[in-house]
Design a protein around this ligand. Structure first.
Ligand code: DD3
Length: 333
């Protein structure tokens, strides 16, 4: 795991050079888990060759992403394919090492199909398997509706619903216990009260800092969401804010003035976590209807210890979300 010590040794101004040290570090960490870099590469040989597509859940031409539902060895699976941004440090190789097929020429204009070398033409791929009905729903294109949730609505509608659902956060515990993604940890404060783990979110391939997306996961396990926060948690929140910003400056050379640091409400998993994304990158869920700036959260708790227990909060729910039905049944929509 990287601490500020190893971080200081790294090149902070270029992710390209940083990658080398990260690779080496990863290989070391993997070996400690009994699986080397080679194992990881051959391991991923190619479990998707047997994937049988059932349907396209959604796609976006602009974002160059597609969510596919299908079967992987008889199990329901969701596969996400996403083309990644073109990196400036790959340009020289892209121009010199590619095949170029002319499409058309007209006056001063011409278009081509450029066939890049395979390593510059990778598609970021995420697999969820076995996927539950919830995973499949999550990626299905859906209309959404803004819900108004009073403190009482939270107690009588939302809380019972999320308790009954008992969403699994096993993957979060795996991270906290170093059973998974240990080699991806950027910073850790191991304190059980105010400590946390900072690591890249699944959505970020770490190839360029432009779409930087890290999450800070609290070691404390009894905070589900914004609604559970009181002034009692200020030391934890301030610690995540302070040390998270410092670690990101160290590792990625990005100052706090380039960061959007926020919590989601509703979150996609009920274990306290904070999002760190680069300002200017419109990460999914960073809009005003879902994101609460950590600075605001801290100030609100400072002026009213029970702020998030009492205030009405607004958030969007998708048409097929079970919680939306509960709000409808209660006549709150
Ligand atoms: C998730 C929200 C959750 C599908 C997908 C993602 N960051 C994660 C497992 C490991 C992770 C995350 C649920 C799940 Cl695609 C269903 O996210 C994760 N590891 N957001 C990291 N680093």
């Amino acid at each position: 795991m990287a601490d500020t010590d190893t971080a200081a040794k790294r090149e902070t101004d270029s992710i390209g050079t940083d990658e080398l040290s990260q690779k080496a570090k990863r290989a070391k960490a993997d070996n400690e888990n009994g699986r080397g870099e080679d194992a990881k590469e051959s391991e991923s040989e190619n479990i998707l060759s047997g994937f049988k597509t059932s349907s396209v859940l959604s796609d976006s031409a602009r974002e160059k992403i597609i969510f596919i539902r299908g079967k992987l060895a008889d199990q329901e699976a969701v596969v996400v394919l996403e083309k990644t941004p073109i990196r400036e440090d790959s340009l020289a190789e892209l121009f010199s090492g590619s095949r170029l097929k002319l499409e058309m020429r007209n006056d001063i204009y011409s278009t081509y199909r450029l066939q890049a070398p395979p390593h510059l033409n990778e598609i970021k791929t995420t697999v969820v398997c076995p996927a539950t009905e919830k995973h499949i729903k999550k990626y299905q294109r859906q209309e959404s509706f803004l819900v108004e949730e009073t403190g009482e609505d939270y107690q009588s509608i939302t809380l019972p619903y999320i308790q009954k659902q008992s969403f699994s956060v096993q993957w979060v515990y795996n991270i906290l216990e170093k059973k998974a993604e240990g080699d991806r940890i950027v910073y850790e404060d191991p304190d059980p009260e105010v400590g946390f783990v900072l690591l890249p979110d699944l959505k970020w391939d770490q190839k360029q800092v432009d779409d930087l997306y890290l999450i800070a996961i609290a070691h404390q396990r009894d905070i589900g969401s914004l609604r559970d926060l009181t002034s009692e948690h200020l030391p934890l929140l301030q610690n995540i804010f302070q040390k998270g910003k410092e670690a990101i400056l160290q590792h990625y050379n990005l100052p706090a003035s380039k960061l959007r640091v926020y919590l989601h409400y509703q979150p996609s998993y009920y274990h306290l976590h904070v999002h760190f994304t680069k300002l200017g990158y419109e990460a999914p869920g960073c809009g005003v209807e879902r994101a609460h700036l950590l600075s605001d959260v801290i100030q609100n708790l400072q002026s009213d210890p029970e702020y998030y227990k009492t205030r009405t909060l607004y958030f969007p729910l998708r048409a097929d979300d079970g919680l939306l039905s509960k709000f409808k049944e209660a006549g709150r929509l």
